[in-house]
Design a binder for this molecule. Structure first.
Ligand SMILES: [Zn+2]
Length: 345
C-alpha cells in the first residue's frame, strides 16, 4: 500500500494571463520538485478527462456546455476568472485526475493520494465559474464516491484560505456528504459563516470555522483535533477528501495566515488519523489555492512525507507554538452551533 500522486504538465495549459497568481508555474514548481528531489517514493496516477456524466453529478448541463464552448477562445467568466483556449480540456483533466486518485484508493492500489491539479475547484458553483475555478473537483469526486462506489458518507475537509462556497452549496441539504471548512474571514468570497450549518436533511452537516488572519500551525491543529476529529468520529466517513489550499501558508500573497511546511504535514497526519478510525485510512487531497511558489512546493513536500508514513503513528507534537490569543473566543460561536448536532468537549 502506498501513496498516489496525480500530476501532469498538461495542467499548465490553462493560462489566465502573465500576471495572474493562479499560474501554470504552480504546477511547474511541483513537477520539478517531484522530478528532481522527490521527498518519498510514490505511485504516479495518470489523470483522465472527467466525463459529462460525472460532471453532471454537480454541474448543470447547460453550464458544462458553456465551458465546452470556450474551447479555442478567450472568454472572461468572472472578474478574476477567464477561460482560455485550453481551459476546457484542462478543467476536465483536473476533475478526472481526482476521480482517478479516488478510484485507485477505492480499488486498493494506493492507500491515500494527492491530486496536484489546476484549475482549482471549490468556488465553482453548479452553473457558475468564479474564484479561479471552473468545475468543482472535490464535489464531483464526492458525488462519484456516492454514485459509483456506493459510499454512504464522505467527509470533505477544506483547509484553503477561502471558503468553498461551491462545495457548501452542492451538499447543503444532504447528510451523506459533510463539508467542514476553515477559512480566513472576512475575505473572498464572503460566505462561510458558522450560522450556515446545513438545511433540511443536511442540517448539521455543513460546518464552517471562520478565522481572523494570523493563525498558525497550532491554531489549525487545535481546530482539527478538538473540533473536526470528534465530529468525524461520530460521522464515520467512508473516505475523507481534502480541499488542500496552500494559500494559508506564511508568505502567501492573498492571505494572512502563518502555516509552516511542517504544519501542513501535521494537518495531513491529523486527517490520516481520522481516516484511520472509520475509513481504513482512505484519504484523497486535491490542490486548491496556494500562490507563493516556494511555500506551495515546501508545503506539498511535507504533505507527501506525512502521507507516505501511513503505518506510523500520527504526529502527536502539539503546542510547541502557542495558540493565537483570540482563537478560543473566535471558536465560541462555531462550537455553539456545532453542539446542536454533535457531541463536542
Ligand atoms: Zn484559496
Amino acid at each position: 500500500m502506498t501513496t498516489g500522486v496525480v500530476i501532469d504538465r498538461r495542467y499548465m495549459d490553462h493560462d489566465m494571463g502573465a500576471h495572474h497568481v493562479e499560474s501554470p508555474d504552480r504546477i511547474d514548481v511541483l513537477a520539478r520538485m517531484l522530478e528532481d528531489d522527490p521527498p518519498v517514493p510514490y505511485r504516479p496516477i495518470p489523470p483522465r478527462p472527467a466525463t459529462d456524466e460525472e460532471l453532471a453529478g454537480v454541474h448543470e448541463k447547460g453550464y458544462i456546455d458553456l465551458i465546452r464552448s470556450t474551447a479555442g477562445k478567450i472568454v472572461p467568466m468572472d472578474g478574476d476568472t477567464t477561460a482560455g483556449p485550453r481551459t476546457w480540456e484542462t478543467a476536465l483533466l483536473a476533475a478526472g485526475g481526482l476521480l482517478e486518485a479516488v478510484d485507485r484508493i477505492m480499488d486498493g492500489s494506493v492507500r491515500n493520494a494527492i491530486a496536484l491539479v489546476r484549475p482549482p475547484g471549490h468556488h465553482a458553483e453548479a452553473s457558475r465559474a468564479m474564484g479561479f475555478c471552473f468545475f468543482n473537483n472535490a464535489a464531483v469526486a464526492a458525488e462519484h464516491l456516492v454514485r459509483r462506489h456506493g459510499a454512504k458518507r464522505v467527509l470533505i475537509v477544506d483547509w484553503d484560505l477561502h471558503h468553498g462556497n461551491g462545495t457548501e452549496h452542492a451538499f447543503y441539504e444532504r447528510r451523506d456528504v459533510m463539508y467542514f471548512s476553515t477559512h480566513q474571514a472576512p475575505l473572498y468570497p464572503g460566505t462561510g459563516s458558522s450560522r450556515f450549518f446545513g438545511h433540511g436533511e443536511g442540517f448539521g452537516y455543513n460546518l464552517n470555522v471562520p478565522l481572523l488572519a494570523g493563525k498558525g500551525d497550532a491554531d489549525f491543529l487545535h481546530v482539527f483535533e478538538r473540533i473536526l476529529a470528534p465530529v468525524a468520529a461520530q460521522f464515520e466517513p467512508d473516505l475523507i477528501l481534502s480541499s488542500a489550499g496552500f494559500d494559508i501558508a506564511a508568505g502567501d500573497p492573498l492571505g494572512g495566515m502563518e502555516v509552516t511546511p511542517a504544519g501542513f504535514g501535521r494537518m495531513t497526519a491529523s486527517l490520516m488519523a481520522m481516516a484511520e478510525r472509520t475509513a481504513s485510512g482512505r484519504l484523497a487531497l486535491v490542490l486548491e489555492g496556494g500562490y507563493d511558489l516556494a511555500a506551495l512546493r515546501d508545503g506539498v513536500r511535507e504533505v507527501l512525507k506525512a502521507l507516505a508514513k501511513s503505518d506510523g503513528p500520527p504526529s502527536e507534537q502539539r503546542g510547541d507554538s502557542p495558540l493565537s490569543p483570540s482563537l478560543l473566543v473566535e471558536l465560541e460561536e462555531p462550537l455553539r452551533t456545532f453542539r446542536q448536532r454533535w457531541e463536542l468537549p
